[in-house]
Design a protein around this ligand. Structure first.
Ligand SMILES: [Zn+2]
Ligand SMILES: [Zn+2]
Length: 417
């Protein structure tokens, strides 16, 4: 037997019910804010991710599924959503239609060590907004993310955490200060942090090792070293959040994993998964479009992991697909000759109906009808077929009535109400 690839899994029909509602709510809530769905391809030129995510990032260096196509071009399965959105924005000339507001949802791929709740094919829902530079956009984005998470049933225990990561005007000086502080504590840092000190000292601030955490607490923080523009952007954001009475916590140790973020960084965390865990994460990336060959373009976005959302909703293993409203028992060759036409006319009235397609005796078929969870069973035997009628049994009361096939759709519709 051929099994599924390691780190990849099926989303079975019962669980998919949960996924569908998480996705449907995203479409609905983001729509309230004027965001529209963008569907980008699952594969892109490897170069796109190297440029957007960073040639030396772990994602590009170690985690991408990359392969040559039949002509030798290097193709990669997307490891995240933003790079493709930026490409599509530039390629389709949306600079002329600002603001551009899109959301996406779908599978992403990373070759990581599989662990509980982490898969090599995982799914994200994300939003990106291009054009607005001021903090109004940042505040609205956060409100939208919070509304969405509340709407799907996660309102309890959510915390909005935010920080400013500065900009090219103020970050280099801060980075120097941070590096020299970290140099003085180098011996106490974990091995991983020692090795990334030169490349990415900011990431040391969110290292989970206890020793590093302590050092990070008393390190110089970006928030105290912002230039005037970054400071007023950050102050403006806080004022807008206060204006909406949206509670937040400033977390000076939050840095984003990707280099392209500037100014606003935010995470929405929940205590529900044991440790405080992010269910949504995002930030501003005002330089990315220009870095990728477009013109300077302010932008902000966030993404959420669908596996985690579904896990938090806690029903992923319990849900069964919804029962049909009507089950049709078909006993005998004459009955079979009329059953499907009758079933079609019932479905034409927008009623979910499952026909017994497997034959079998009456008793056996009635058992299947009970097991299906249908509210009403329609029984057609050869005798009924000859008379162009069916027996309709209300499963709860056991009450049974003979109804002509022509009247079935209307009668079922009113009975099901
Ligand atoms: Zn700045
Ligand atoms: Zn560390």
């Amino acid at each position: 037997m051929i099994r599924v690839i390691r780190g990849v899994r099926d989303i079975l029909p019962g669980e998919a019910v949960q996924w569908q509602s998480v996705e449907a709510e995203a479409r609905r809530i983001f729509g309230l804010y004027g965001f529209h769905e963008l569907r980008t391809p699952i594969m892109e030129r490897t170069e796109l991710f190297a440029r957007a995510v960073g040639e030396t990032s772990d994602i590009v260096e170690k985690e991408m599924y990359s392969f040559p196509d039949r002509k030798g071009a290097s193709i990669s399965l997307r490891p995240e959503g933003t790079a493709s959105v930026v490409r599509s924005f530039m390629e389709n000339g949306f600079e002329r239609q600002l603001p551009w507001k899109v959301f996406y949802m779908g599978p992403m791929f990373r070759y990581e060590r599989p662990q509980k709740g982490r898969y090599r094919q995982f799914h994200q829902i994300g939003c990106e907004l291009f054009g607005p530079q001021g903090p109004l956009a940042d505040a609205e984005m956060m409100a939208m993310a919070m509304r969405y998470l509340g709407q799907i049933g996660l309102a309890e225990g959510l915390t909005l955490e935010l920080n400013s990561l500065g900009c090219p005007a103020c970050r280099p000086a801060y980075r120097e200060k941070l590096t020299s502080y970290l140099e003085s504590k180098k011996e106490a840092l974990c091995g991983h942090c020692q090795s990334r000190m030169d490349r990415n000292p900011l990431r040391i601030l969110d290292c989970k090792t206890p020793g590093c955490r302590e050092i990070a607490q008393s390190a110089p923080h970006m928030k105290e070293h912002l230039c005037d523009d970054c400071q007023s952007h950050f102050d403006g954001l806080l004022a807008h959040l206060d204006g909406m009475q949206l509670p937040y916590q400033i977390n000076p140790l939050m840095v984003r994993g990707l280099d392209y973020y500037n100014r606003t960084a935010f995470e929405i965390t929940t205590g529900d998964l044991g440790a405080q865990n992010a269910v949504a994460a995002g930030g501003r990336y005002d330089r990315l479009v220009a870095d990728m060959g477009g013109r300077a373009m302010p932008a902000i976005g966030f993404a959420m992991g669908v596996e985690r959302l579904v896990l938090l909703l806690g029903e992923q293993n319990q849900t069964t697909p919804p029962a049909p409203s009507v089950y049709m028992v078909v006993a005998g060759p004459e009955a079979e000759a009329v059953a499907l036409a009758a079933a079609e006319s019932i479905r034409g009235a927008d009623i979910t109906l499952e026909v017994n397609l497997q034959g079998g005796g009456m008793r056996n078929q009635m058992k299947k009808a009970a097991r299906s969870g249908a509210a009403i069973t329609v029984i057609i035997g050869d005798h009924e077929a000859a008379q162009k009628v069916a027996q309709c049994k209300v499963m709860e009361s056991g009450e049974q009535q003979e109804i002509s096939l022509a009247d079935l759709p209307e009668r079922l519709k009113s009975d099901l109400k």
